[in-house]
Design a protein around this ligand. Sequence first.
Ligand code: OGA
Ligand code: MN
Length: 295
Amino acid sequence: MDIVPLGPGFAAELRGVTLADIAADDAAYAAARAAFEQHSVLVFRDQQVTDEGQLAFSRRFGPPEVTKVGSLGTGSHFVILSTIGPDGKVVPPDHRYALRNKANQLWHTDSSFKRVPALTSVLSARIIPARGGETEFVSTRLAFERLDPGSRKKLENSFAWHDYAHSRGQIAADLANPEERAALPPQCWRMVWKNPVNGRSALYLASHAYAVEGMEASAGKKLIDELMDLATAPGTSYVHEWKSGDVVMWDNRATMHRGRPWLAHEARFMVRTTISATEADGLAAMRPPTWQAAE
Ligand code: OGA
Ligand code: MN
């Protein structure tokens, strides 16, 4: 297995290894896992991807999420990002499917609005547009390391609130439907996620974050906006240009990502599996002191 660095200080392509190798072989998994902890975004090219193969690979990293209500793939282990309607035609730009893709074009980390946040997401390209539709990544670990020591210390002891309805509300007032709102109450997380393997800390931010615990609403929002700007500063991103057979996985604890636009009449079909964070991934320290386990 060769590790080829891709981005500005993070992201790497793994060559000479397939998803199936990693699913089947402990040593291959250990090497991929070490690369994941270090590089935060891993790219695999020329893979023969099936839903089952993607899930078997993903399961190596932890328990797969069950897709929430209101998403394509609900109740399964797959999130389908598609612009193809039930009639086989590309949906119009104001269709829910298209608006969901638009919401994914806001900088975010996956599942910070869930009761159990995500360790990693694994995304495979099944149908890609001729141009555009890239996925762009930044390292919130490198962003944290750009902060002065005083700000780092303060943020390590700060907590932010994340709400799915907040990020969706930036696209359309009713994009999060009542069922989704009821299933996904706001969650509060420490603003810095420390990686237990290498001890490196990362800002934990997303378009879902709307308030800072103990701060007046507008001051908290301003802090979040400033940190989002810092984390997504020009020249700090890796832009993944999708080719057929590509699979990309990322560390939701240490990155943000966003989809890039493409021409609305072109089809795009992507399949995501998402792995929940566990205590071994540093989850316990993310919870606010007031956190209580569900009954
Ligand atoms: C995702 C996501 C962006 C894209 O799958 O979590 O945000 O480019 N995707 O489709
Ligand atoms: Mn996402």
